[in-house]
Design a binder for this molecule. Structure first.
Ligand SMILES: [Fe+2]
Length: 258
């Protein structure tokens, strides 16, 4: 089974790129399932029903997210009715939405679990202990478990990769919007990358107009952030999973610049 995991989709430029190109990418790589992080898919911050529906219509099966999932007010309502979109599982009990799901695919089941780190991030529940409990529960249904670990610090992400090696099919890092060149299959069969990168405007500061981010650094005053324009950088990985035991045999990094 081949799974395409697409890095953080940035606003309309990211969505428009997928509208034009995703079908061809799915064909070219023989992809069975598409997962994408969409926490920045609506206007660069958060998600709306309209943006999510668009992404599902382009061939994405499951959307994951992170700390920006609540940026658009309607997300709270939307997450309670849409079961194909995840928020990080380790937000405290009672938080709206779901943090994991099991997706039926060609007679098999694929579990997707969204977790968020705590280094330089909101101080939520422990992602490591949460992973222990939730993987144990999911593994009663399937051995194929994909994890989006939305985190800032490389050390926290690498630690999670080795912690879950042999217990997850893949641990895919998101959030920094910069693709790392450390993709590998860990010794016990977990595909890993520290950060898959973003799908958004390449001449930008992690998706946002350069001058607006620079102003924030120069003056430390609140500034408006808008999605940059121009050519797109598509960032993703293709993971090949052995359906019999849920272990991965390959991970390929994709970065396509338009
Ligand atoms: Fe994030």
């Amino acid at each position: 089974m081949k799974v395409l995991f697409i890095g953080d989709i940035i606003g309309r430029p990211g969505r428009n790129y997928l509208k034009a190109q995703l079908h061809a990418i799915i064909e070219r790589y023989g992809v069975d399932l598409v997962i994408a992080n969409a926490e920045n898919a609506a206007g660069g911050f958060g998600i709306t029903e309209k943006a999510a529906e668009e992404l599902f219509s382009y061939g994405i099966h499951v959307l994951t997210s992170g700390n920006h999932i609540w940026d658009k007010k309607e997300a709270v309502q939307y997450l309670q009715k849409e079961d194909r979109i995840l928020r990080p599982f380790n937000y405290p009990p009672g938080t709206p939405g779901i943090g994991s799901l099991v997706y039926p695919l060609h007679g098999k089941k694929v579990a997707v679990l969204n977790l968020q780190g705590r280094v330089f991030m909101p101080n939520i529940d422990c992602p490591f202990r949460t992973a222990d409990e939730e993987i144990k529960r999911l593994s009663k249904e399937t051995d194929i478990v994909f994890i989006d670990f939305h985190a800032e610090a490389t050390s926290e992400k690498i630690a999670m990769g080795y912690y879950l090696d042999g217990r997850a099919s893949a641990v895919i890092g998101t959030h920094t919007h910069v693709q790392t060149a450390d993709e590998r299959v860990l010794p016990k069969g977990t595909a890993y990358i520290t950060d898959v990168g973003m799908t958004g405007p390449k001449d930008s500061t992690i998706g946002v107009k350069n001058e607006q981010v620079l102003d924030r650094f120069l003056y430390s005053m609140p500034t408006r952030f808008e999605v940059a324009k121009g050519p797109i950088e598509f960032s993703a990985v293709v993971v090949e999973v052995n359906e019999e035991n849920g272990r991965s045999t390959a991970i390929q990094r994709l970065q396509i610049r338009s």
